[in-house]
Write a protein that binds this ligand. Structure first.
Ligand SMILES: [Zn+2]
Length: 660
């Protein structure tokens, strides 16, 4: 790993000063507007998001006063601010998701609905650009935590966090519609913030990272470098040099007296362990990757890699989820990964996807995409029900059917008082096609195996690439390429770690038995020797219209064990097949899932069940009783994909079973 850090540093360092802007990510993602999904697994989920979840969340935003807060702040309606101080962001995230949806599905009604909300948002903006409805709507009834003055309680106020989500929504809306209505609002607010904060101005940084990501998107949309410099400024400012507000014991914000909670205990470049609030850390790391890319900043590149090593090596669940503890929604100690009480906020899984994708774009290493795939198919997808109307905030790897782990519920809930996760899912799902392909020079990257078609611009040609596959249920993938004219270029096909006896790129999880790892790749029917490059198979040749790549991944069910230091998984075994983590749920196993013993070597046979859970491959095997193996007769065992759990009422569920 040291070698890789040094290699990355060498590639990024140079004579220029840190503040000089030189580049962006060397690898470009192929935007989802250039990718048409035709995939039996993902397409229904994205359609449900578009047709059900987004309208459902708009309605919830209305019913709960979240949209009214803007109208009140703008003087369009009478009333007082309602709800939590970060509720503006639920509206912003829904606008972002709806904008992504509009880009691929023109919908005049949705377009008009967005216009109507944006009128209220614009009205809520104060004359100098300030936009934070808790203060503007109710100046005489200020909520605890927002501070008596603007920017006076940055550690907890969420003023800058809300701004970040506004910027992301505004860029998405502008790109979808060409309208500047929300972008102009965002630019005015960003200009105000840039006039207040920065070198020689007010010092400070947000308690909840997010504005950094929004500012960088705003920079890319407007080419105004001051937004970029401000993003770096906020990251550079984190650390003990700025004294945070101290809250008395018993105050609801006293938890923020610990700078670790908001990653302010050390400068970001010196942080080497992921601590505190997990979503904040993941957003911060994503912003650090952006800074590393855009400034070519080697110190940022190695700092964000160190944090990644710690998370993926010691603090990540098998589903790719992070943040072990309900208490303060934070990371536990190294290897502290409780299952029943694990938190794994859905937003933190989405943050892991952002972070890992960025590190791939920075380095070209497939190991980051392994984590991206793991978290999308497992950690994120479990967060929303099949019908798109109920959500998990927490995503534990075990349930006793009783513990109300999901903000007071045992199962998914339609909405939450703190509703960050539903909105985050609604904007993440439509962006999934943008993770499938990427390009650099004459390289076309195939990162994920999702059916459909994409247009990819390479240096010398334009390529239409198509994938046909029943992944993740089957391991067969056919990729056809159609260059505008016959041309020499490289197709980089990711060979997942799970297909190479390596579930994760660290020693946190491993397959105890060496399995069949024969990945077959053929070009136009002829097997090819794999030329490996950073976890990809590199296929370089003169490609012509209709050339086909056939890939066969081994799809045996694999047992997984955790590092010995993970006490909660000691003596236990989990099961994966392809990119999917499996679990035992009571509904399939006589009501019990917590007493299942799984003997090494007993077969686990896949069966396609089109009628079950919207169509899943289950695994059938034999379970042993946990307590007295000799007394209990072996009983049939059925495992289902983890993402599909909790659709049949409350009951027991376990990812980790007793290893026999
Ligand atoms: Zn959340």
């Amino acid at each position: 790993m040291i070698f890789i850090i040094l290699a990355a540093a060498a590639a990024l360092s140079g004579p220029a000063s840190a503040q000089e802007i030189r580049r962006d990510y060397p690898i470009r993602p192929v935007p989802f507007t250039e990718v048409r999904l035709d995939d039996a697994f993902w397409r229904p989920r994205l359609e449900t998001n578009r047709t059900t979840t987004l309208p459902f969340l708009f309605r919830k935003n209305e019913e709960t006063g979240r949209i009214d807060n803007f109208a009140i702040a703008g003087g369009l309606t009478k009333g007082e601010y309602k709800g939590e101080r970060y509720n503006d962001t639920d509206v912003y995230k829904t606008i972002e998701g709806a904008s992504y949806s509009l880009r691929v599905h023109p919908d005049p009604e949705l377009d008009r609905a967005l216009d109507a909300v944006i009128v209220k948002i614009a009205a809520a903006q104060e004359a100098d650009g300030y936009l934070f409805t808790p203060r503007t709507a109710s100046p005489n009834k200020l909520q605890p935590g927002i501070g008596a003055e603007r920017w006076s309680e940055l550690a907890v106020s969420h003023e800058l966090y809300n701004a970040g989500h506004l910027f992301e929504a505004a860029v998405a809306h502008f790109q979808a519609t060409g309208k500047r209505s929300l972008l102009d609002v965002a630019v005015r607010y960003a200009d105000l913030i840039a006039s207040v904060f920065g070198s020689g101005k007010r010092a400070g940084f947000p308690g909840h990272q997010e504005i950094e990501l929004g500012l960088i998107k705003l920079y890319r949309a407007t080419s105004d470098e001051k937004y970029l410099n401000l993003a770096k400024y906020f990251l550079d400012q984190r650390g003990p040099a700025i004294r945070l507000t101290r809250y008395p014991p018993g105050n609801r914000f006293a938890i923020y007296n610990e700078p670790e909670q908001i990653q302010a205990h050390k400068p970001v470049l010196e942080q080497d362990e992921a601590v505190g609030h997990a979503v904040r850390l993941a957003y911060m790391a994503s912003g650090m990757a952006d800074i590393a890319a855009v400034f070519g900043d080697a110190a940022y590149a190695s700092a964000v890699e160190r944090l990644w090593q710690n998370v993926v090596g010691k603090k990540m669940y098998l589903t790719g989820g992070i943040g072990s503890l309900h208490d303060r929604e934070r990371f536990g100690a190294n290897y502290e990964l409780p299952n029943l009480t694990g938190y794994l906020e859905t937003c933190a899984s989405i943050g892991m996807a952002f972070w890992n994708h960025r590190l791939f774009l920075l380095t070209g290493e497939a190991k980051y995409l392994d984590i991206l795939e793991r978290v999308i198919y497992n950690g994120v997808l479990a967060g929303v029900s099949f019908d798109g109307r109920s959500f998990f905030y927490a995503n534990p790897l075990e349930s006793d059917g009783k513990l109300r782990f999901n903000q007071g519920s045992v199962g998914r809930r339609p909405f939450f008082n703190v509703a960050c996760c539903p909105g985050n899912v609604s904007r993440f799902l439509p962006s999934i096609p943008s993770y499938v392909y990427a390009a650099r020079g004459d390289r076309l990257y195939v990162n994920l195996f999702i059916g459909g078609e994409a247009c990819v611009e390479l240096d010398e040609c334009r390529v239409v690439v198509r994938q046909a596959t029943r992944y993740p249920w089957e391991g067969t993938v056919r990729i056809t390429v159609e260059p505008s004219a016959a041309a020499e270029f490289s197709v980089f096909v990711r060979v997942p770690g799970w297909a190479q006896n390596r579930p994760v790129p660290t020693d946190l999880y491993r397959y105890p038995e060496r399995g069949d790892v024969k990945v077959l790749i053929k070009v136009n029917g002829t097997p090819v020797d794999m030329d490996r490059d950073k976890g990809f198979a590199r296929l370089r040749r003169v490609w012509k219209r209709g050339d086909a790549i056939d890939i066969e991944f081994p799809m045996d069910a694999r047992r997984v064990v955790a590092h010995d230091a993970v006490k909660d998984d000691a003596g236990k075994v989990a099961v994966e097949r392809g990119p999917l983590v499996y679990c035992a749920e009571g509904a399939d196993n006589g009501g019990r899932a917590l007493d299942i013993g799984l003997a090494d070597g007993t077969p686990l046979l896949p069966q396609w069940k089109p009628e079950l859970l919207n169509g899943v491959v289950i695994l059938k095997g034999t379970a042993l009783s946990k307590a007295v193996p000799s007394s209990g007769a072996p009983r049939p065992l059925t495992l289902i994909p983890y993402y599909a759990w909790a659709h049949r009422g409350a009951g027991e569920m376990a990812v980790w079973m007793i290893r026999k």
